[in-house]
Write a protein that binds this ligand. Structure first.
Ligand SMILES: CC(C)(COP(=O)(O)OP(=O)(O)OC[C@H]1O[C@@H](n2cnc3c(N)ncnc32)[C@H](O)[C@@H]1OP(=O)(O)O)[C@@H](O)C(=O)NCCC(=O)NCCS
Length: 212
């Protein structure tokens, strides 16, 4: 079995530990060494049976398999930049329940949670999270670090640029492009392209604020 650590000991980190346990039920592949977290208060504590074994600075000097379970794309990207020149490697983790064709490419470190359906001719970037129960349609491109939260429906020919966050229960119609760093609120219906660096909500989704 290969040693793996999970960055982030929060709720999603615990869900990723469960995802890995489910992969191991099909094929004994991973030994979960523990969680990595910058919260000094939880160092050495046990969470759902796994220890918090160090912080990101510690991880920089390791040679482990690593999965980043931080949901916020921008925070996730910053953490990956801190360990960019380490000897760690980043496997793709796909839950055994996922329905996916062989016409899908996954970038390193991506996490595909239970219940997803990912169809054909789809490109998924590095350190992407597709949370529970989404559908991703044909010819879609998902940029690095983007997070798709639970129960989102992405139609065909959609482009999500780098560091996009798509809120739970949203729907994105075919052919739409969502700009880098943009946040889509829960339950939104995206029917037109959205610019970079904004928060957009509603049906139809419209920007309500812009950020750096
Ligand atoms: C969109 C979102 C990011 C906004 O967060 P924020 O920047 O802190 O903005 P605020 O909470 O200050 O809300 C700003 C306005 O937008 C409204 N709003 C917030 N989220 C909304 C949503 N999803 N749909 C419609 N309106 C929304 C608020 O009511 C508020 O309106 P007001 O100015 O009339 O009072 C957040 O509400 C959201 O939907 N996040 C997604 C969460 C999610 O999917 N979680 C899943 C975890 S697994």
């Amino acid at each position: 079995m290969k040693d793996i650590v999970i960055i982030g000991a929060g709720g999603f980190g615990r869900e990723v530990a469960w995802l890995i346990e489910d992969i191991n039920k099909v094929n004994k592949e991973w030994n979960i060494v523990g969680f990595v977290d910058d919260d000094e208060k939880i160092q050495g504590t046990e969470i759902n049976g796994y220890n918090v074994v160090g912080n990101v600075e510690w991880l920089r000097k390791q040679e482990l398999h690593v999965v980043n379970a931080i949901g916020d794309p921008i925070v996730k990207k910053k953490v990956m930049e801190r360990i960019e020149y380490s000897k760690n490697t980043y496997p793709v983790l796909i839950h055994p329940s996922v329905i996916c064709s062989d016409k899908v490419s996954f970038g390193e470190g991506s996490i595909i949670c239970p219940g997803n359906i990912i169809t054909v001719n789809i490109e998924i970037g590095k350190h992407v999270i597709i949370n529970l129960d989404c559908t991703i349609g044909h010819d879609t491109v998902i940029g690095n670090y983007t997070t798709v939260l639970p129960s989102v429906n992405v139609s065909g020919f959609v482009e999500l640029e780098e560091c996009v966050s798509v809120g739970t229960g949203s729907a994105i119609i075919q052919g739409v492009k969502i700009g880098e760093n943009t946040i889509i609120g829960a339950g939104s219906v995206v029917v037109k392209n959205l610019p970079v660096n904004c928060t957009a909500v509603g049906a139809p989704a419209k920007p309500i604020k812009f950020h750096e």
